[in-house]
Ligand binder design. Structure first.
Ligand code: FAD
Length: 388
């Protein structure tokens, strides 16, 4: 019998398990893959603040540090996020193969049991507890728990079985493809974002430096808008911009761009990270929110065990925490994403021109919106109405 079983050893799951264990709970963290952190389905960019809130920085898993970001409109107009405040939205490029393992090790060090190659299969409620079925090396076994935390990523089996989430529509998910490339000639002080309805329908392309001329070169497209798969658009992007270098790895993955879900809990169950669609609908960034959600889920699990109350009513405390921390941003950015999706390339170009050359001091969606509103007063009412 465990107090808590956490499914998935990504940032959300390891942070949840670590927090539970630090509070004295008996916790089991299971991961279906044989190696935590691989394959990496991520461009690995994260703001310094988002990281420092929850983890002590260790240079072992920092691949590169950037001082700013450059965004390119379809006609090549450049917006540079200023250096003084650099690092707000994408300050580090991580080495997630090492980072994810490091987090799982912290959970183990705090007292959590961590097992790999073990997949969650199903659960059954019995007398206010859960019987959780798992498969390990072809064998099935059942373990009892008071609380189950689903941190099993975008297609969360825990979430769907609990009826908290449903399968996402084509307009609610970014389909991504990414190459890890070596010998890429870029200024490694910046991350690069490329916009355009032809280039990346409903998404954007990116180049994130990883040091030593290596870079993550990727693209995300909205399947409801795209005519082909993400890899097709990625190859086109590389050809168009003449990005030379050797492809060392290819990863494909998906990011939920749903916005804020109403609740991430049901009786005995909480979802955290991508499982609860916690990634940002505009940037697709989800690591920082996953860490935050995992931390809150762990805290509320501890309180629930102390009070011996595992009802959805009690676990709603977790909803309150993540919603007031970053849920409102997911809600706002979903509306902004829907607004930007309607803009054609010409409008994107003219908006970019209106703020190109500005000293944008913060690397955030909010900072760009503020600059856009300053230069385009006609947008004020439109965006104000959108956000009400
Ligand atoms: C191409 C791409 C680029 C991205 N770039 C960025 C970026 O630059 N910055 C950023 O912040 N975010 C980025 N993201 C999003 C980011 O990767 C996720 O938001 C983040 O990994 C979410 O963490 P998580 O712990 O919720 O889920 P995950 O990291 O997905 O971890 C879930 C874990 O659960 C395990 N699991 C799944 N099912 C089971 C099961 N049945 N049993 C046991 N274990 C299971 C999985 O194997 C996995 O290890 C990107 C995503 C993609 C696809």
């Amino acid at each position: 019998m465990f107090d808590v079983i956490v499914v998935g050893a990504g940032p959300a799951g390891s942070m949840a398990a670590k927090t539970c264990a630090e509070n004295g709970l008996k916790v089991l963290l299971i991961e279906k893959r044989q190696e935590i952190g691989t394959p990496v389905r991520c461009a690995e960019g994260i703001s310094k603040q988002g990281l420092k809130r929850f983890v002590e920085i260790d240079r072992k898993w920092i691949a590169a540090e950037v001082i700013g970001a450059k965004i390119y409109a379809p006609d090549g107009t450049e917006i540079t996020m200023a250096e003084e405040m650099a690092g707000n939205e994408v300050g580090f490029v991580l080495e997630r193969k090492i980072f994810d393992r490091h987090l799982a090790r912290l959970a183990a060090k705090a007292g959590a049991e961590v097992i790999v190659k073990t997949a969650f299969i199903s659960f059954e409620r019995r007398d206010g507890r859960l019987k959780v079925k798992m498969r390990r090396m072809g064998e099935e076994w059942e373990v009892e728990t008071k609380i189950l935390i689903g941190a099993d990523g975008v297609e969360s089996k825990v979430g769907r079985m609990a009826g908290i989430i449903r399968t996402l529509r084509k307009s609610e998910i970014e389909s991504c493809a990414q190459y890890l490339m070596s010998n890429v000639e870029i200024d490694e002080n910046y991350t690069y974002f490329y916009l355009g309805n032809e280039l990346a329908p409903g998404g954007y392309a990116w180049i994130f430096p990883k040091g030593n001329k290596c870079a993550n070169v990727g693209i995300g497209v909205l399947p409801s808008k795209a005519k082909a798969n993400a890899k097709y658009y990625l190859d086109k992007f590389i050809e168009k911009f003449g990005i030379e270098g050797k492809i060392v790895e290819l990863v494909c993955g998906a990011v939920p761009v749903y916005g804020e879900i109403e609740t991430a809990v049901s009786d005995n169950i909480m979802l955290a990270g991508d499982a609860a669609y916690h990634s940002d609908p505009i940037t697709g960034g989800g690591i920082a929110n996953a860490l935050c959600a995992g931390y809150y889920a762990g805290k509320v699990a501890y309180e629930a065990v102390k009070k011996n109350d595992f009802s959805a009513g009690f676990l709603r405390k977790y909803d309150e925490l993540w919603k007031s921390d970053f849920g409102w941003k997911l809600r706002r950015n979903k509306k902004l994403q829907e607004f930007f999706l309607k803009l054609d390339d010409q409008t994107l170009n003219s908006l970019a021109k209106s703020i190109s050359g500005r000293n944008i001091k913060e690397m955030s969606v909010q900072a760009i919106i503020v600059e856009l509103l300053k230069s385009n007063p006609h947008l004020v009412d439109l965006i104000k109405n959108l956000l009400i």
